[in-house]
Design a protein around this ligand. Sequence first.
Ligand code: ADP
Length: 340
Amino acid sequence: MTTIATLGSHCALQVLKGAKDEGFRTLVVTERKRERFYRRFKFIDDFLVLNRFADITKPNSISFLKKRDAVIIPHGTLISEVGSEEVENELHVPIFGNRNILRWEADRELKEKLTREARLRSPKTFSSPDKIDRLVIAKLPGARGGLGYFLASDAESYRKNLKELQRKGVIGKNTPVFIQEYVVGVPVYFQYFSSILKNELEFFGIDRRYETTVDAIGRIPAEHQKGLLPSYIVVGNSPLVLRESLLEEAYQMGERFVDAVKKLVPPGMIGPFCIEGVYNEDAEFVTFEFSARIVAGTNLYISGSPYFSLIYDEPMSMGRRIALEIKNGIESKSLGKLLT
Ligand code: ADP
């Protein structure tokens, strides 16, 4: 019997609760320090306890997971703590979705290529600090929740801020930094589910992130804001619904993304993904990021999302939707299409 497994972090609770609701056995791969926390939840049947997540690729872990016929649901922690290359080459356990695309999410150049192919409007990028002619955001590699990102408006402020963060040890001396135009507007994160069994794109929901300290700075009078460097560490998410007139475009962007993945990263987009960006002053959506797997912002809708309520007559979380797809795959003898 298939066991649905995931790393104990990020969105593990909704993934495993959803799997249980669809009748699967469930397993959490947890670091020892969080074992007690996950033991609180009765819908988790089995535990693989590790000293650190990266040990999941060790032979003992692999055989533990294989014995239980585990399918791993990938999420941000798998990428940040195990690494997309290790997942691709060393994690010899089936994962739900397209294993090959995780690398595209972690690599800036590949990411830009896919964004271009999907014809998503994206911010201008700067190949050198000396070319900065507007407000920019400097980003570091990997899905680390905006850790170490900083703003600058010219080469001088860029170098000053970079030095400051290097001095604090947040950024390493040789860490590559990616410089992108900062788009002023409303940040919005679109969450989708691509069903290859139904050959259909489902729109799930939207979230906004609460980031420290950038979301706190507006609460301080301007005179005290001077000299504060905003940081972008995600603390939580809040829900948002879109003006209905903007929804159609959200679907179109998702469909173009699915088409682009089909073309560039076979076997295509399988399951959840997210397009992340900002509505600028002209209410145009500018995409600065995508996640080719479930995002933690879907945790908002464990008992169903506003948009899934239009499709499903029972409460359907993203975690449950994944489990439902796997169940449909098993029943129609096409599970192989969903796993890599
Ligand atoms: P990560 O993938 O590491 O979480 P993101 O690229 O999503 O990082 O960026 C983290 C945060 O930085 C975003 O949620 C947003 O607030 C801000 N941000 C990133 N890029 C831009 C941009 N081009 N314009 C405006 N804000 C941005």
